[in-house]
Design a protein around this ligand. Structure first.
Ligand code: NAD
Length: 524
């Protein structure tokens, strides 16, 4: 199906029908040129979207696993064939290079494929062993859709990030109402329209709907009585969303910011580590939740690593031309945060490489900056910077690197570079983060079977993989009695002898743990 998606097309059935009172315009951050205008949806729009979604969820749920899988795979194929068109729109609306936008879409496609193909296996009914006390029962567990899921998204990865919730929620049988960031509504609209046309196959059922607007629209969605909110954004906003959702006991999944650390061990491949660190920190202008923001380098290789990283970073060129390595800051206000972190770091003895920190900002662009000798309690180390800057610190060894990496309120991703498989695995387990990449950066986001999410200020809950599917479903336990029980324990007709026999059996099965062969307790 060759359907060109533009923001100016006529309304799809997926759009809320209430006339919007106000509009807002999304802008190209590199040029300031308007891209398209969108309604500011309000509480009535959110409520109407939910009531339409309830019906759509029943219809979508009724299609069954096979049909839903087929429609999702059609959507995947459409996204693949229209990748260039979507990438161009992402380039215009976020400023990121079109090639980076293409990579982002590729990752999303891989997730649509995985969710579509694995939903039934992960969520469908399966038998579990009933145990000796319920031997007469056949037991099954299945994961049923929640109903309607509200997805509130950020702007930095306007396809990959919300799709991590949207796709898994839809594959689990839910209807979704998507509120993209006010900075990227055109990309959000493109996704919703394409789903309606391809996966909806012309049916007037809004399985995926769009609400546009800023904080107030997000708040309206959070208050609308959806069955779950999947929020991605800052921890400060997550707190507000949770407070609103608490009114209806609406569960929330919070994918928030990060301050990811990369540790370079003394035996690491320094070329690979410097290359990955430069990309992990600077790509997408550093506007990556799992971007590298802190580097800890083992003392023996500190100088060599820093020289290699500086060499790579000094060759990077921000801009909007075809050769740009990364684009402008998508959100103008972020430049203030970056400037504050740089100024504070320098004032506290930090050294900037390759140029002066004072010259880094050339709005809307920020040149890459490596900061060394920055105290660990400086804002550049403790707060999410979300810009093309990175702190590099010398540590005695891997262990000290882990200790400093873990001394953060955030805990999203992390990376460790070492040639020792054993040390790498130990470090990965000890790093307090939801995901760790060994000898690479961000690789975990490319593996659809792996769960994605953080700890602490980075949020809770998981998208992607089997955990991501279950996040949008509720477990349903079913027992079915297939024979009369040998001893009926759940009856007023139970006798003393019945209970005695059961106690004897349980003691035989469970009473010996921790006993030596001579019958003495190990503790005695
Ligand atoms: P943000 O918190 O400002 O906004 C996120 C979304 O919440 C937007 O759609 C916004 O309109 C909406 N919103 C704002 N106020 C609201 C309110 N009171 N009630 C309901 N909704 C509200 O974040 P952002 O600037 O769009 O995104 C950047 C942040 O997102 C960074 O911290 C980044 O690390 C994080 N992020 C996390 C992940 C992840 O997977 N963990 C992925 C991408 C981005």
């Amino acid at each position: 199906m060759a359907v060109a998606m533009t923001a100016s097309q006529a309304q799809e059935p997926a759009q809320p029908q209430v006339p919007a009172r106000k509009t807002f315009t999304s802008l190209n951050p590199a040029t300031g040129q308007p891209i398209a205008s969108f309604p500011v949806h309000q509480r009535e729009d959110a409520d109407m979207a939910v009531s339409r979604a309830r019906e759509a969820a029943r219809w979508w749920g009724g299609l069954g696993w096979r049909e839903r899988r087929s429609r999702l795979l059609d959507w995947k194929s459409f996204l693949t064939r229209h990748m260039d068109e979507l990438a161009q729109l992402m380039h215009e609306e976020t400023g990121k290079p079109a090639d980076d936008a293409t990579l982002e879409i590729i990752l999303a496609i891989v997730h649509v494929d995985w969710a579509a193909r694995h939903a039934r296996r992960v969520l469908g009914p399966h038998r579990v062993f009933s145990g000796i006390t319920a031997i007469n029962q056949a037991s099954t567990v299945e994961y049923q859709p929640l109903g309607v899921v509200g997805v509130i998204g950020p702007w930095n990865y306007p396809v990959f990030t919300p799709m991590g919730s949207i796709v898994y929620a839809i594959a689990a049988g839910n209807a979704v109402i998507f509120k993209p960031s006010e900075l990227t509504p055109a990309v959000g609209e493109w996704l919703v329209r394409s789903f309606g046309r391809v996966a909806g196959r012309g049916a007037p059922q809004p399985v995926l709907q769009l609400l546009t607007g800023a904080a107030a629209t997000g708040a309206a969605l959070a208050a609308s009585g959806v069955d779950k909110i999947a929020f991605t954004g800052s921890a400060a906003t997550a707190r507000k969303v949770m407070a609103i959702a608490a009114e209806n006991l609406t569960p929330v999944i919070a994918e928030c910011g990060g301050k990811d650390a990369l540790i370079v061990d003394a035996d690491a491949d320094l070329n690979a580590a410097a290359d990955a660190a430069a990309w992990g920190a600077m790509s997408n202008a550093g506007q990556t939740c799992v971007g590298i923001e802190r580097i800890y380098v083992a003392d023996p290789v500190y100088e060599t690593f820093l020289a290699k990283l500086t060499d790579r970073v000094s060759r990077l060129h921000p801009g909007s031309d075809e050769k740009a390595d990364y684009g402008p800051m998508t959100m103008p206000g972020q430049i203030d945060v970056i400037s504050r972190h740089l100024a504070d770091a320098v004032a506290r003895g930090g050294r900037a490489l390759p140029g002066r920190a004072e010259d880094a900002v050339d709005a809307p662009y920020v040149r890459p900056v490596i900061l060394t000798d920055v105290p660990e309690d400086a804002a550049a180390v403790t707060e999410e910077t979300f810009g093309p800057t990175i702190t590099v610190r010398r540590v005695a060894n891997l262990e000290e690197g882990i200790q400093l990496a873990n001394a953060s309120s955030y805990g999203l991703g992390s990376s460790v570079f070492t040639r020792s498989r054993r040390r790498a695995q130990t470090a990965a387990r000890e790093l307090r983060s939801g995901m760790t990449a060994i000898n690479s950066v961000i690789a975990f986001a490319m593996v659809p079977a792996l769960p994605f999410g953080g700890v602490g200020e980075s949020g809770f809950g998981r998208i992607h993989g089997a955990d991501g599917l279950r996040e949008f479903a509720r477990a349903k336990a079913i027992t079915s009695q297939w024979m009369k029980p040998p001893v009926n324990l759940t009856s007023f007709g139970r006798t003393d002898a019945d209970l005695k026999r059961t106690v004897g059996l349980i003691t035989l099965l469970h009473g010996r743990h921790g006993q030596t062969r001579r019958g003495r307790s190990r503790e005695s």
